[in-house]
Design a protein around this ligand. Structure first.
Ligand code: 4AD
Ligand code: MG
Length: 447
């Protein structure tokens, strides 16, 4: 048998005989020719069966192969600009084909458009489709590029627990479970607090794992289970944090462009919008963002849009506010110094302005909005204890966290990046639910 190669490597084998192992994605018959679009996990390629090259039985079998049948194909590689596929431009002239399994004829995900609920019910099959495959390949590269940047910039990877004793990001989005004789435990909303312990041992750390929020919101930006990357850095203030974020995001975008161009092109992504994403990113204060929104509100003539832009100092941004702000920039924009009241308990107050905190959100362009949220952390034991009391949080559960402010406390900062939000932005897709293989939302825990 000829060498087994993958579709991504096919350009190196022009004129040679190769073996492909994969699945029949689509089939078109034209008299003496049968065109198979075959996928092998790394790409999609056209394979052509010509009646004259094959035994009558084999040609008959190929020209009746159902969608999704698994096959092993041997054939010769040719360059052909017109050949469809991802990346496309090559085809294989079939010399032999072995059927591993003939798929049943009632495959639910035929290649027509399906309603989104039907597609989500069949997510286990939907991920085989070109668009979904392309998105999830981009996701994998986003994650790999993230780890690559952190690992080569002095960060130590730490794994933080999923089962935790207390809330860290507000008590309204907790998933609760019984924990033996210990009472209640909660699925982690963040690994941050543990990473704050980790930095005192390792300096710069990150965790990258699943995160859980019982989000009642049914928006295109929210999942109940998502993957969050969380770096945490000792001896780092808010400015230092923004530098880390912009360097890391630049690296992620540039590597996605380098490695996933065929996928992005298939998705119809405007690459020029991503090519422009290079540090430094603009930085504006919450106060300035509020002024910007006020100006946009005054200029807006459409009454419906005007209503959505309504904004008073002190509230958190809604999706329409974030969209309006990001439309003023062609790069991600940092908004820093939010009102303390709308942010988490652990954020360092702004010097001389206790109603404001040293927080920063990074908003992605083209209306994508918040992709990263972070802050400088409270480093004083006294202030942190006061805040824990004020928020009505259980002091006992935070005893260890308070210890960190007693033994060698330093200014420190960190942020969280939502993998699905970054992936959705890279791909130019509407909804984060397509940016994870098996999405969990308020209405969905199947399949
Ligand atoms: O802004 P968030 O809630 O920040 C934290 O959890 C901090 N503890 C992170 C830290 O400083 N270490 O979440 C961070 C990011 C958001 O910017 C967003 O990209 C993503 O996580 N995110 C979600 N993504 C999908 N679905 C949800 N329900 C999300 N909630 C947050
Ligand atoms: Mg946030």
């Amino acid at each position: 048998m000829a060498e087994h190669v993958s579709v991504t490597q096919i350009s190196k084998y022009v004129g040679q005989e190769v073996t492909l192992k994969g699945w029949v994605y689509n089939r078109t018959d034209k008299g003496k020719l049968s065109f198979l679009l075959v996928r092998d996990g790394t790409g999609f390629i056209q394979c052509v069966a010509f009646k004259g090259d094959l035994s009558p039985e084999l040609f008959e079998q190929i020209s009746h192969l159902p969608q999704e049948s698994s096959v092993i194909i041997t054939g010769s590689v040719r360059e052909d600009k017109r050949a469809p596929g991802i990346p496309g431009g090559y085809e294989v002239g079939i010399k032999d084909l072995q059927v591993v399994q003939t798929a049943e004829l009632d495959y639910p995900m035929s290649l027509k458009d399906h309603g989104v609920d039907f597609a989500l019910d069949n997510r286990h099959l939907w991920i085989r489709m070109q668009s979904q495959w392309a998105i999830l390949r981009v996701r994998a590269t986003v994650m790999a590029a993230t780890r690559e940047w952190l690992d080569t910039n002095g960060f130590t990877a730490m794994d933080t627990p999923i089962l935790t004793p207390a809330a860290a990001e507000g008590t309204t989005t907790l998933f609760e479970t019984e924990y033996f004789d210990e009472g209640k435990a909660y699925l982690a909303q963040t690994g941050q607090l543990y990473n704050e312990a980790n930095i005192f041992a390792f300096g710069k750390v990150y965790c990258f794992g699943p995160t859980f929020r019982a989000e009642k919101s049914k928006t295109r930006r929210h999942l109940t289970e998502f993957w969050m990357l969380e770096p945490e850095i000792a001896f780092c203030d808010l400015d230092g944090l923004m530098e880390v974020e912009e360097q890391m995001i630049t690296h992620i975008v540039q590597r996605v462009l380098r490695d996933r161009e065929p996928e992005l092109k298939f998705l119809g992504r405007d690459l020029s919008k991503l090519e422009n994403i290079k540090a430094p990113f603009p930085r504006i204060s919450y106060d300035d963002a509020a002024k910007m929104l006020q100006d946009l509100y005054e200029k807006e003539t459409d009454p419906e849009k005007k209503e959505l832009l309504k904004f008073d100092w002190g509230i958190d941004f809604g999706a329409p506010h974030e969209t309006a702000i990001t439309q003023q920039f062609d790069k991600p924009v940092f908004v820093y110094g939010y009102p303390s009241a709308v942010k988490a308990f652990y954020m360092e107050p702004w010097p001389g302005r206790p109603e404001v905190c040293k927080s920063v959100d990074l908003l992605a362009p083209e209306g994508y909005g918040e992709i990263c949220g972070g802050s400088e952390r409270m480093s004083s034991h006294e202030n942190l204890l006061a805040r824990i009391h004020k928020e009505g949080l259980p002091e006992d559960a935070f005893k260890w966290y308070l210890d960190l402010r007693k033994y060698g406390s330093v200014p420190h900062s960190g942020f969280g990046m939502g993998t699905e939000r970054v992936t959705a932005w890279m791909c130019g897709i509407e909804h984060v639910r397509e940016a994870i293989a098996f999405p969990r939302t308020i209405k969905r825990v199947y399949p």
